[in-house]
Each structure stands twice: as C-alpha cells, then as structure tokens.
Design a protein around this ligand. Sequence first.
Ligand code: PLP
Length: 386
Amino acid sequence: MIPKNNQIKLVKIRMTSKIGLKHIHAIAPYVGGRPISEVAREYGLDESKIVKLASNENPLGMPKSAQDAMLKAASDLGRYPDSNGFELKNVLAARLGVPTDWITLGNGSNDILELAARAVAQAGDEVIFSKHAFAVYPLATQAVGAKAVEVPATAIYGHDLPAMLAAIKLSGDKAKLVFVANPNNPTGSYLPAKEIEDFLAAVPPNVVVVLDEAYNEYLSPEQRYDAIAWVKRFPNMILSRSFSKAYGLAGLRIGYGVAQPHLTDLLNRIRQPFNVNSLAQAAAIAAFQDKEFLQQGFELNRAGYIQLTKAFDELGLKYLPSAGNFVLVKVGDDDQAGARINLALLKRGIIVRPVGNYGLPQWLRISIGLPEENAAFIDALKAILA
Ligand SMILES: *Cc1c(COP(=O)(O)O)cnc(C)c1O
C-alpha cells in the first residue's frame, strides 16, 4: 500500500524530532541552481526557451570525445568500475608529473573536499575558510562535527590569507584543515601565486591545506602558476580539481585530488571502494586529452565575460572581476535586491543564482553562457531594471 501524502509527512515530522545527531540537524542543506524542468512547471514556461546560467556548467555541454568514450564504456556496465581508476590516474599522472599514488579520484571534486574533512577533522577540531567561499566547506566541516571558522573576507570579497593564518594560530592546535579556493566561487576572486605560496609556507605542518582549483582551467596565462610544485614541497597540501566545469562533465560527477602519498593513503582508506563510476572514468580520460574542447571553452568564456561585463558597465551595475566562468553582479542596494531580481528573471525564463546564503543578498551570480544565452539574460535584466 502506498501511504497517502499526509501520512508520509507525519512520519517525517516524528523522525526529525527524535532521530539524528545534533550537529547534523544544525546543517543548512546545500541550495543548488534550480532545474530547468522545475522552473518551467512553476512559471508555466516552455522548457526549450529557458536559459540556465546558474551552476557554472560548461555552456558547450559535454565534449563529443567524452560522449563517444562513454558510449563505448556503456556496453560493460554490468561490471563494477575500476576501483583504482588505473587508466585515468595514469593519464593524469603523466600530464601532472606526479606518481599515480599521489592521485585520489572523487565522485566530483566535492568528494575530495569531504574526504579531506573526514580524514583529518572531528568534533572539537576547527576547520578554517573564508567568508563568501564555496558552500561545501561549511557542509563538509559540520558533517564531521568540527567547528567551522569563517574568516572575514578582504574589502574586495577575496580570501584574506593573513587573517586566515591568524585564525589558525588563534585556534591553538584545534585547526586541522583550511580550505582555499582559487578562483573562489561565488566571488570569482583570484589569489596571486606568491600569496598562496607564502601562506603554504607559514601554515603549521599538522594543518592540512586544501587548494580548491575547480576553475583552474579558466585562468588567463598571466594568472597561471605551478600548484603541483607546491604539492611536492608541502606534505600537508591537497590540490583539488574538477571535471565538472571546463571539461563539461558536471552530470557524471568526477574530480581528483593530488597530494603526497601519506595523505592520499588516508583519503583512500575512507572513500567508497567504487566512488567513481565507469562512465565518468572513461569520459574523463577522453575529456582530459581533448585540448581543442578546452581551448574552445576558454575562448568562449573570455568572450562571454566581456559581453556580460560590458552590459553591466552600460547599466551602471557594479560587478566583481572574475577569474572563473561566472560573474557576481550587484543588482541593488537593499537586502531583498538579489531575491527580487532573481524572481523577475525566473518569470522571464532566466535562471541565475541568488547568493544570499553566501552573505551576498544584493548580488546575483551569473554563469557565463553561450553568446545568445548571455544576450537573453542581458535583455531580461535591462527590461527588469528599466
Ligand atoms: C563547482 C565547485 C566544486 C565542485 O565541483 P564538482 O562538481 O564536485 O567537481 C568545488 N569547488 C568549487 C569552488 C566549485 O565551485
């Protein structure tokens, strides 16, 4: 018998009152970009006309090379995936210049962030990250019962590394983990290599630093630096990278961590044995070698950034310089501005990301899309603000 809706609700309410750890109840669940189908239903819109610029996905979609590799791998899905990701790790290791046992594959790089937290932090410990940083850092911290220490950002919404270092020192020896995002999401802020390197050199060796480079591939040539050299130099560092953004594989869930073997070994002990599925592994091998796709996405992103920021300039809207594939724009001076303009955009079939939960209620984050998608967003925004 399928219970009636109201019966299901009753069961849920009873469970929440008695079951579950306190620190789990305290977690505010992640709020993602609204799915196209949901927005279409809610506002009575034609799905095919909706523009989604809300989750920093690659507007080119998945590379054809990865699609072909995935279809080939699909014939063998009766078997478990390669638990050790042999082929993908080899391809990554060869390019990055590290041994394969320095690499951990993750079910999205989100998995790497969580594994890091689970491996080194527990109740009584502190995990340090910046205000306005990626929402998964507090989630991963709270899930293990550790205390999340949010360090105020700089005046231009970037990470304040000296202040983060001070927070580590202030914690006594409670700080076990630090998350640094470069570029950061949702602000797009970028830290120059020298600042990160000085920070890494100053962090006590018993504190693990996760350098989250989910948008690394979008950095301009002048902004690039050699993070692998840091992994080799600092035994307490984990570099995290993703296939979801520039490589166009968000739906497959795959990312990786690079660290020295003593750290990789820890992550490996607690990951699910088959945390990365066969299709994702096959697609990632192809996408990682598809330099043409990466270059095309890079150029599209540059052009889209200029298109969007030019429109913001014309509209007199403040925005933050972004090193990623998204732009944070200030759409009003009151704390309802983000929610209000977001709703007006939704009604016009444009999905972007309100960032009130990041302490930025006057801003909206716009993922950079195809030229025509950016144009549709700009037209809608102009109409709303007129
Ligand atoms: C998107 C994102 C990730 C995680 O992406 P995955 O899809 O889990 O690989 C990690 N860090 C930042 C800053 C992100 O924006």
